[in-house]
Design a protein around this ligand. Structure first.
Ligand code: MLT
Length: 324
């Protein structure tokens, strides 16, 4: 009897502590894990949102870059993190494509996470080093077909959108280039600017300043329609690569088991950040679109991720690209 009373009192105490912890959340800084290098496209989105969320949450959102294996090291790290409301994860299409690219992953993309929200969508741009011998897309296509493996195609590893874009390009042109992986497109861009690699397909969140400064050769955008941030830039589709379309979408996740009240508050903080004029301006300058309200629910992110796994899985498998 004594034990039962003691056990029930202990249980009530635990619940009270949990409830208090959740109503008090966040009581300390929150970590937002970015799966690629600092200064790159995902990092820019994370830090822009993080700075705004810091204001609305009253606690610092600390961006932590966990690099390696095209974002899968970070995903595994977050999947195993304590679900206490202090670790979150921002990732893009790679959350879906990695499930087809890797024979073994240390996590299950659909089962091991809680969903917070989508955030922004980002176009990609096809670039080459400034002195690359192709001045427009048709010259690039001809050069690539003639030189194939001699051409170094930079990417951020299997699971990166730069890798997916390269894969789609190779598939479309029926060529195989030499992939040069980096731990993010920030170092890949540095290599392109230094003339150490030839071609890079990368997000406008990083490439617009380099395009505007004329530091790279620029062949077009990967969206279906032209984009506001680069209105004169043609799409790859309109230049003959019919149906070539790739838009980068970002989702925010937490380890499975993160308390629902915390997820709800984090969702509110993401929504507030996406309405912050400073965020809206920065994203617009970098070509990123804030997603409509219908994409700001945990449920819509879950449904979207599943649809992206179903979409890219067969395409990636048809290319025979995978890592053990
Ligand atoms: C990055 O932040 O470095 C990129 O999102 C990598 C990529 O997916 O290409």
């Amino acid at each position: 009897m004594k034990f039962r009373r003691w056990f029930l009192a202990g249980l009530a105490g635990l619940f009270a502590a949990g409830a208090f912890a959740q109503s008090d959340w966040p009581a300390r800084p929150i970590t937002l894990v970015v799966p690629f290098a600092a200064g790159g496209p995902t990092d820019v989105v994370a830090r822009t949102l993080g700075a705004s969320m810091t204001k609305s949450l009253g606690q610092t959102v600390v961006v932590e870059n966990k690099l390696g294996a095209g974002g899968t090291i970070a995903a595994g790290y977050v999947a195993r993190a304590t679900p206490d409301g202090y670790t979150f994860f921002i990732h893009h299409n790679g959350m879906a494509t990695s499930t087809a690219l890797y024979r073994k992953l240390s996590y299950n993309a659909l089962a091991d996470f809680e969903y917070v929200s989508q955030a922004v969508e980002v176009p990609m741009t096809l670039l080459a080093r400034k002195d690359f011998p192709a001045s427009n897309l048709s010259e690039l296509v001809a050069y690539v077909k003639a030189n194939q493996a001699k051409i170094n195609l930079a990417n951020a590893g299997l699971g990166a959108v730069s890798q997916l874009c390269g894969l789609l390009l190779e598939r479309e042109l029926g060529v195989k280039l030499t992939a040069v992986p980096f731990q993010g497109t920030a170092p890949a861009m540095n290599a392109l600017l230094a003339g150490q690699v030839d071609v890079l397909c990368d997000q406008t969140t990083q490439t617009i300043p380099q395009i505007k400064a004329g530091n790279v050769k620029f062949y077009g955008v990967t969206t279906k329609n032209r984009i506001k941030a680069l209105p004169d830039a043609p799409t790859l589709d309109e230049q003959g690569l019919k149906g070539f379309e790739l838009v980068v979408w970002h989702g925010i996740y937490a380890p499975k088991g993160t308390p629902k009240p915390v997820l709800d508050k984090m969702n509110q903080a993401v929504r507030a950040a996406l309405k912050d004029p400073a965020v809206i301006q920065r994203m617009a300058d970098l070509g990123a679109e804030i997603v409509p309200d219908s994409k700001l629910t945990p449920e819509s992110l879950q449904v979207w991720l599943k649809s992206e796994i179903d979409k890219w899985g067969p395409i990636i498998k048809s290319t025979g690209t995978f890592a053990d």
